[in-house]
Design a protein around this ligand. Structure first.
Ligand code: PEP
Length: 255
């Protein structure tokens, strides 16, 4: 983390877990502890149907609500989809774009990620853009090329003044939901690479102001080591965000 230049953000990705009532109960459990923190922003990324209950439950706390996906078109014949304007009107602040589960199971590509980032920004939402390599890519020694390509395509046609709204999350696919965590060194190296790609396009000042999270089996035990790295500005946390005790330990470590 480097608090001088950028915000630390801890975001819990609930994935397809928690009904609205269960989600409200989880927020009530954590908000007394994480809802007043000064040094890091806390975000809960909830299923679409949980959004209204989550917005109500977080009204008196410093916790922002995020969606886990959105469509890139403003409106139209896209049955089952949700637009950025719809999320914005509910009070959503952030939206995860390009999570590896969306890429893997729902055919999301670097191009749709780019379109979604642009639509989110236009609607006034802050995209949390996920990039990461598979185990096969890491073992083939092409992590750097793959991440560079993902970041470059994600940022196609994004103006410098839009950059301050974007958050990146480095999420190695092999570490998501597997219990395998990248070492602090691996996480810091790739977060540093993402920052270098941004620096090459937008300059040093922009690059040092961007929050770059790590995600992939981050938990109460390994969070301190990961967050101690200067290029790791927080976490996108799946499994451990569903347990209030673990999530509050992670927010505490980021504090
Ligand atoms: C995620 O869903 O973004 C994630 C990192 O999941 P987990 O922490 O369970 O690996």
């Amino acid at each position: 983390m480097n608090r001088k230049y950028r915000k630390t953000i801890i975001a819990g990705n609930w994935k397809m877990n928690k009904t609205p009532a269960e989600g409200k109960a989880l927020i009530e459990e954590v908000k007394g502890i994480v809802g007043k923190q000064k040094w890091c922003d806390v975000v809960v990324c909830v299923p679409f149907v949980d959004i209204p209950a989550a917005i109500r439950a977080t009204r008196d706390a410093k916790i922002a609500v995020a969606a886990q996906n959105m469509h890139y078109e403003k409106s139209g014949a896209f049955t089952g989809e949700i637009s950025a304007d719809m999320l914005k009107e509910l009070g959503v602040k952030y939206v995860i774009i390009g999570h590896s589960e969306r890429r893997q199971y729902f055919n999301e590509t670097d191009n749709t990620v780019n379109l979604k980032i642009k639509a989110a920004l236009e609607a006034g939402l802050r995209p949390i853009v996920c990039v990461g390599e598979t185990l096969e890519q890491r073992e083939a020694g092409i992590t750097e090329e793959h991440i560079t390509m993902q970041v470059k395509i994600a940022l196609r046609d994004i103006a410098p003044e839009q950059m301050r709204k974007i958050v990146f999350a480095y999420e190695p696919v092999w570490a998501i939901g597997t219990g395998k965590t990248a070492t602090s060194e691996q996480a810091a190296e790739v977060c540093g690479l993402i920052r270098a790609v941004i620096r090459a396009k937008y300059g040093a000042r922009c690059a040092r102001s961007i929050t770059i999270q790590y995600g992939g089996s981050m938990n109460a035990k390994n969070c301190a080591g990961l967050l101690s790295k200067v290029n790791v500005d927080g976490g996108l946390i799946g499994g451990a965000s569903l347990k209030s005790d673990d999530f509050t330990v992670i927010v505490d470590a980021a504090q």
